[in-house]
Write a protein that binds this ligand. Structure first.
Ligand SMILES: [Ca+2]
Length: 345
């Protein structure tokens, strides 16, 4: 009788539906700015994914200043009714990279420390937590060893600082899904900021090198895959056909652009890394050794990848590098989640 019971229990366990699984614990590490920036468009996706438990948002300077990243992420959480998610202030600038005149003229406010302008509709009532992003990253990972995935979609400064603060940090992160880099040895692998460097890695090359060499299991979502993901009016129309707080924000911010030039198409970056958390099978990956050039010369911040280590690239670690995606399935999943009603808690 005992044996029959044990068998029954075993069968019941085997037959347990997948939905009973615990959601993945994630930290959303971001150089956030308001919609239509890709970080915001990635957040609108993850907010509606029951597969994910967002433990916190850690902010970093990148596309805009740290102050903008904090103010705008708080505002999007308020407008989507998700103020239970804490926001932490992280690094206000890269580890080593000092701005040059060139940087000030080109894209990115990573070197700035001005107060943030008010987001659309004014500043959120909710404030950032008193704890720093670095402390939050270290404490959360160390309290949940092997369980926390970090979605890192800005310069990697916070992650590198967490590694320096706690030597056991890297060994306890479950996985890093990074938007960063461009691999010239694969199709569509040129840079988007300097001729060969992708923006996130260019802003903090030293941090990118430290993190890529850390031994943390990494999925690298590169420009190679972003260049195959063009967001067009067809998909914008499907999103705004549904009325939710999230789609209203998208309509307000992207509507005028699509009205003016309906043929426009914007590349998707951070959204691909975000969707990877829910269905990594939608992206084609190759296993490559990848390292980042930190020499202050023509290739500062450039990621170099190859199937085998190479002379000068002995520090490179092997990781899964995304080079292509199943566009149709990817965009359908993205649109389906963004148009869901946010689960208010
Ligand atoms: Ca970003």
């Amino acid at each position: 009788m005992k044996r029959i019971l044990a068998c029954a229990v075993m069968l019941a366990t085997l037959a347990a539906p997948a939905v009973a699984q615990q959601p993945q614990k994630i930290i959303f590490d971001t150089d956030f700015a308001y919609i239509p920036q890709d970080d915001a468009m990635a957040l609108l996706f993850v907010l509606n994914c029951p597969e994910l438990q967002i433990l916190g948002i850690t902010t970093v300077a990148g596309n805009k200043s740290l102050n903008v990243a904090v103010a705008d992420s708080l505002k999007v959480l308020e407008l989507t009714g998700r103020t239970e998610i804490p926001v932490y202030r992280g690094a206000a600038g890269p580890l080593m990279h000092d701005k040059t005149e060139w940087d000030v003229k080109r894209h990115g406010g990573w070197y700035a420390n001005d107060p943030a302008p008010a987001p659309p509709g004014g500043f959120a009532k909710k404030k950032a937590e008193a704890t720093s992003a670095i402390d939050f990253l270290v404490n959360t990972v160390m309290q949940n060893p092997g369980q926390v995935t970090i979605l890192a979609i800005g310069p990697l400064t916070n992650i590198a600082m967490a590694m320096r603060m706690e030597p056991a940090f890297a060994g306890n992160v479950k996985q890093l899904v990074i938007m960063g880099g461009a691999i010239a040895s694969q199709p569509d692998g040129g840079g988007n900021h300097t001729p060969n460097a992708e923006f996130n890695f260019y802003v903090d090359p030293e941090a990118a090198q430290v993190v890529l060499r850390s031994g943390i299991p990494i999925v690298l979502s590169t420009l190679n895959v972003s260049r195959k993901a063009k967001f067009t009016k067809e998909w914008y129309d499907k999103i705004v056909a549904v009325d939710t707080p999230a789609t209203r924000m998208i309509k307000e911010r992207m509507g005028p652009g699509f009205e003016k030039s309906p043929e426009r198409a914007g590349l998707m970056y951070d959204q691909i890394a975000a969707v990877t958390l829910v269905d990594p099978t939608l992206m084609k990956t190759v296993d490559l050794y990848v390292d980042v050039d930190v020499n202050h010369a023509a290739n500062y911040g450039v990621s170099v990848g190859a199937p085998q280590p190479w002379p000068g690239g002995e520090g490179a670690k092997k990781m899964a590098v995304q080079v292509d995606l199943d566009w149709e399935k990817f965009i359908r999943l993205y649109v389906e989640r963004v148009t869901r009603s946010s689960p208010r808690k």
